[in-house]
Design a protein around this ligand. Structure first.
Ligand code: BTN
Length: 229
C-alpha cells in the first residue's frame, strides 16, 4: 500500500476519486477527521477523530459489484484480531451485537477504478442519538486501541481478500455466507418500487440475496435497498 495520511478532508472517498486516475492501484487515503463523510444514499457519515476513515483505490480488471464484500470481510477479520465477533449485514454493513460498527461505500468509474471507502468506529465517540443502533471497538472492549494497528489489520485483510477475489469471487461469496447475520432471519427489503417481506434464505453466486416470501423466492440485487430485520 502507498498510504496518504491527511489530518482533515471533506471525504476520503472524494479525495481518492480525485487522484484515482493518476494513482496506482493500492493507493490508500486515510484521514483523522472528515468534515463531509458520506454514507450510502447520500447520507451523512459522522467522522470525528478516533475512527478509521479510509479509502482504497483499486483497479480491478472488470467492475463487479461483489467487490464490496472484500471490504466487509476485511473489517470482520480485523475485528476478530481484536477479539470482536462481527457479522456482515448484507450487502455492506458490519454489525456487532445488534449494532452497526462499520460501513463500506464503493464508488468508481466503470472500467477505470474503484474507490473502496471504509468507515469503522474505533475510539471515536458515538453521538447520543445513534447509541441505540451504533457502536465502536472502544465501547465493546472498554479500552482505546492503537488506531494505526487497527488500520494495518484492516489493510492486511483487505489485500488478502482482494487477491482471493481476483482468483475466485465465489470464495468471497462463501466467506460472506459464513459471516452474515441475515440468513434465516425475517427481513423486509425496501427498494425503489415497493417492499418485499420474507425470510432471507441464501446469498447467491452473483452476490444477490434470496428471500422466501412464502409465495415463492425472490432474488434481491443490492443497490437501492435497505433491510429491516
Ligand atoms: C454506509 O454505511 O452508509 C457507508 C459508510 C462509509 C463511510 C466511509 S468513511 C471513509 C469513506 N469516506 C467517506 O466519505 N465515506 C467512506
Amino acid at each position: 500500500w502507498k498510504i496518504i495520511r491527511l489530518d482533515e478532508v471533506d471525504s476520503t472517498n472524494e479525495y481518492a476519486k480525485g487522484i484515482a486516475p493518476s494513482s496506482p492501484e493500492g493507493t490508500v487515503v486515510v484521514a483523522k477527521r472528515q468534515t463531509a463523510g458520506k454514507g450510502r444514499k447520500g447520507r451523512f457519515w459522522a467522522s470525528p477523530e478516533g475512527g478509521l476513515w479510509v479509502s482504497v483505490i483499486l483497479k480491478p480488471n472488470r467492475s463487479d459489484p461483489r467487490l464490496v464484500f472484500v471490504g466487509a470481510l476485511a473489517v470482520v477479520d480485523a475485528l476478530a484480531d481484536f477479539g470482536i465477533r462481527g457479522w456482515i449485514k448484507w450487502p455492506n454493513d458490519v454489525w456487532v451485537g445488534g449494532k452497526k460498527i462499520a460501513g463500506i461505500l464503493t464508488e468508481g468509474k466503470a472500467g477505470k477504478f474503484v474507490v473502496m471507502g471504509i468507515g469503522l468506529n474505533v475510539n471515536n465517540e458515538i453521538p447520543s442519538d445513534l447509541r441505540e443502533t451504533a457502536t465502536s471497538m472502544r465501547a465493546i472492549l472498554g479500552k482505546r486501541l492503537e488506531l494505526n494497528e487497527v488500520t494495518n489489520r484492516v489493510l492486511d485483510h483487505l489485500g488478502r481478500w482482494y487477491k482471493i477475489f481476483q482468483r475466485n469471487p465465489l470464495k468471497v461469496i462463501e466467506a460472506v455466507k459464513e459471516r452474515t447475520i441475515l440468513i434465516n432471519r425475517e427481513v423486509k427489503v425496501i427498494h425503489s418500487d415497493g417492499e418485499i417481506s420474507g425470510t432471507a434464505v441464501d446469498i447467491l453466486e452473483d452476490g444477490s440475496l434470496l428471500i422466501d416470501t412464502g409465495e415463492g423466492k425472490v432474488r434481491v440485487v443490492y443497490g437501492d435497498v435497505s433491510i429491516r430485520p
